[in-house]
Design a protein around this ligand. Sequence first.
Ligand SMILES: [Zn+2]
Length: 383
Amino acid sequence: MNNLQVRDTNKKKIVNFLYTNNGATKQKIAKTLGLSMPTVSLILKELSARGLVKKSGTLKSSGGRKPVVNSLAYDAYFSVGIEITQNHLRFVLINLGEDILHYKIIREHFQNNDAYYKKLADYLETFLAGSGIDRSLLLGIGIALPGLFNTKKNLLEYSPTLQVRNLPLGAITKYISYPVLANNEANLAGFAEIWHMDEVESAVFLSINKGVGGSIIVGNKVFNGMNGRAGEFGHMTIVKDGLTCSCGKKGCLEAYCSTQVLTEPNFTDVDEFFASLQMGNQYCMQKWETYLDYLATGINNLRTVFDSDIILGGEIVQYLKQYSDLLRRKLLPLNSFGEPLNYLHFSRYSDKASAIGAALLLVDAFLSDDTIRPPRLNYSDSA
Ligand SMILES: [Zn+2]
């Protein structure tokens, strides 16, 4: 079990129902979910005692008492997600409804030392002050990390991008005085993307940054695999004896589809590369064509294996969207089943997805776990 797993309880069903239906009467909830009226009444009472459900109006009566409309109080609590990358820190504040209320990206080179972790906590405090929220309503902090994160041991086992091994979460969050949960950035990005996609239960998320990774979501749960390495799509072999990958092996997807492939050696970041591409730079256009050929190969392999929706994410996505016709043209002839490309989606949150997913860890824990006390009881003296 891990924190990304959402318990399928009646409570969760009701909360989810209220998430997607902007207000509903007790009767409608009971009827739609096939629950008894007393069960629904009991759960609504508990949720409203926790500040999660509010009465948002009444409907016209067809005789007798007017039916009350119940809505989820999205602003009852807040959560902060932090994504730690090699060169940046991304902070996002969301409410229970996954609405982004405050966002900040800070250029800060990762260093595995106390000075960096102290700075991280200081940036967080500045971010919170800037957001203007009441800290007593903060559920806690979620952290998205690049690399293999062991949720049982709360240990970053290996991160090539941060160049660390076996780094305890406790070291990173030493100066942070709120509850903290963490997970791998690609898992979290996928988690953020499907949180609101009610029609999608299973999907594959392909995350393209300097590293290429992803996650596999089956039945609204992240599939971790035997060693927590499921979804490491960056290291699928797509070219036998091909280019050397960051993992030391040859021909991995990451060696062909990392953003580094586009930026090196001439550009400092993807923004610069795409600026040149859009100006019609021949060299960039050629590079981009080749890049998309390999990307299409990777995507087609994933579709063949999983037969599910595929969501593309990471920092490339804001640009990739503009070239989606070109990508689709490359994908079509690869498909063995002649199927349409409506399985392909682009990330809704683009480069913010991991930070949002991290923040959702706390929301998810709060919504699904009875043992989490309302945070205002937890840290009255930490603000
Ligand atoms: Zn590799």
